[in-house]
Design a protein. Structure first.
Length: 375
């Protein structure tokens, strides 16, 4: 073969490779408000679970396999950051959410939730540490859910800071002890409210009453999405139901959200669990039957998607989508399902107004959603 033919073939191969890579890196998705572009920012993460944006534009991303990494917008992924606590990676447990202290720029505090091992079993815990380059320093555990038990299921857990200086931690019922969600002497199936140093606010609803002082609300199954409403600044959460009955809730102090006494779901393999309503227990604002397996949530407030402002964006594992919920006050008036084609574990709004997703896969990705460019 002549040299110029070899060069031509090489050039064609490179061009084709570039086109294939471009096609895999960007995809156009039709939505009710026009086409959007889905870009792959980074890939090669092992079951990424939570992410947060740093002031310098990079992300901190957790892998359930017990790694915390920097991810840059150019796609580069750092080596694991050192200094994590002991983490049990088992079933649904491992390294879970990550959040920054509201004053991170001055104090460098990073918060993580994770499955904490002990000789008696494990449970969701929250630790904070100061981020110094590739090292976490001064690590301290500020919350450890009780009791510890041997279960591979239902750990929660999202971390949400409020405007007035509190930290919400969402938890799961641990699966085999689901009736603990209705008692106030365990952390199973609860939302707890703390100060950022782990101390308990004396204004929590059960302080001085029956129940653990950390508890904010109860009767939850497995909360994996949480955010503050952009106008009211109240806490909203969503949780997994069993075989249906995934719930979106306005999550208020001392209220009982019903699990497992009331539910719209049923036993895996079929069978009745309970009624859908009971006096003294809250109804979901919105529920999904069949289940979409929701994970990650953000209320969109950016400028890029002007038609989405005030909408709740909920990731879904089972149907591999983002559910866009149109809100009117505390009611959901419309739902659009945006097909992603991958298990969505987390949903965040970036500082640029784009929407960022984590995909729950052995080769997990950071995806970016933004309006498609007009031709």
């Amino acid at each position: 073969m002549h040299s110029f033919q070899k060069l031509s073939l090489t050039a064609a191969t490179l061009l084709l490779t570039g086109l294939i890579q471009a096609q895999t890196q960007a995809q156009t998705i039709d939505t009710e408000h026009g086409p959007i572009q889905m870009n792959t920012i980074a890939e090669g993460l092992q079951h990424p679970w939570g992410m947060t944006f740093l002031p310098d534009g990079r992300m901190l991303v957790t892998e359930r396999t017990a790694n915390l990494r920097y991810v840059s917008m150019d796609g580069s992924i750092s080596e694991p950051i050192a200094g994590l606590p002991d983490i049990l990676v088992d079933g649904q447990g491992g390294l879970l959410d990550v959040a920054l202290h509201p004053d991170f720029a001055s104090n460098q505090w990073v918060y993580i939730s994770y499955n904490e091992p002990t000789p008696e079993g494990s449970s969701t815990a929250v630790a904070r540490a100061r981020l110094n380059g590739m090292q976490l320093e001064q690590l301290e555990v500020i919350f450890s859910a009780q009791p510890k038990m041997r279960s591979r299921h239902h750990f929660g857990s999202r971390l949400v800071f409020t405007d007035d200086g509190y930290l919400f931690v969402t938890l799961g019922d641990r699966g085999s002890r689901r009736h603990d969600a209705q008692t106030l002497d365990t952390h199973h199936g609860k939302v707890v409210r703390l100060y950022p140093d782990g101390t308990i606010p004396q204004t929590n609803p059960f302080v001085g009453r029956e129940g653990l002082d950390e508890i904010w609300s109860f009767g939850h199954r497995n909360i994996q999405g949480a955010d503050l409403h952009p106008q009211t600044r109240e806490l909203w959460t969503h949780e997994h139901g069993p075989q249906g009955g995934d719930e979106l809730n306005l999550t208020e102090a001392a209220k009982n959200y019903g699990w497992p006494t009331i539910t719209y779901g049923e036993e895996y393999g079929g069978g009745h669990i309970g009624p859908t309503e009971k006096e003294g227990m809250e109804q979901p604002v919105h529920q999904w039957t069949p289940s979409i397996a929701p994970s990650g949530m953000v209320f969109y407030t950016g400028e890029l998607f002007s038609d989405w402002q005030g909408n709740a964006l909920v990731g879904a594992l089972r149907y591999q989508l983002v559910a866009r919920l149109v809100m009117d006050g505390n009611e959901v008036t419309h739902e659009e399902r945006i097909d992603i084609g991958m298990r969505v574990r987390d949903v965040r709004q970036g500082p640029d107004g784009a929407v960022y997703l984590l995909t729950d896969e052995p080769n997990g990705k950071v995806l970016q959603l933004k309006p498609a460019k007009s031709e």
